[in-house]
Design a protein around this ligand. Sequence first.
Ligand SMILES: [Zn+2]
Length: 270
Amino acid sequence: MPELPEVETSRRGIEPHIVDATISRVIVRERRLRWPVARAVDQNLPGQVVSSVGRRAKYLLINTDGGSAILHLGMSGSVCLVERDTPASVHDHVDIEFESGQTLRFRDPRRFGSLHWSKDPLSHPLLSNLGPEPLGDEFDGVYLWQKSRGRKVSVKQFIMNANIVVGVGNIYASESLFIAGINPRRAAGRIARQRYDTLVDAIRNVLTKAITAGGTTLRDFYGGNGEAGYFQQQLEAYGREDEPCRRCNAPITAIVQGQRSTYYCKSCQT
Ligand SMILES: [Zn+2]
């Protein structure tokens, strides 16, 4: 599933190619995505000029003066740039064509993605209740500490809750808690202020590293199939059950929390 770093990499990959470009046509080959592709998308986009490509959580925002197309990549979606008239595969559901002849193509084999139109995307129902961006200024130790008071939920599930902070997926949550030395089972409300500072730093570092790793795949967005895939990173704890902790050599433990796998070191995560 594309996580925040993959979506951010997609944003950085496509933005320089489509900013200031005029949209000439939108081709929707398949409307039945997770939600039907609104006709407002293909009615409103043609004639508009792209002013920027933004991202909120895992949504890409193709912004124009008249409004924004909101694209979610779902479980298996990807975007790439192709020349007009490049034959579409069965999974290429939407093309946004530009006057230049370039085409932004959305591919989604499992069709869990979605495409919406909004004049005010940040107040769209899908986006309006989301927590702050993990790499933004609003997200810091004080914020997490305040939000967590009185919460009995595990800290791992707490940081994976998109109403608290967006974009901390399962692997990134495990890795951040390992780096911060915090036991993922600990109740969110029982963690001290300073430890939340450490955790926020860890989350930011893990995500930033993933985005940097993704930067090496940028070339794939033009003419390629756009499938960047999971970024190759060294994982500190995730997927390392029974292997020695890189910090203390104790075996890494695997548990399940909220139906998701967690990997941690019982010895140095307290
Ligand atoms: Zn350890």
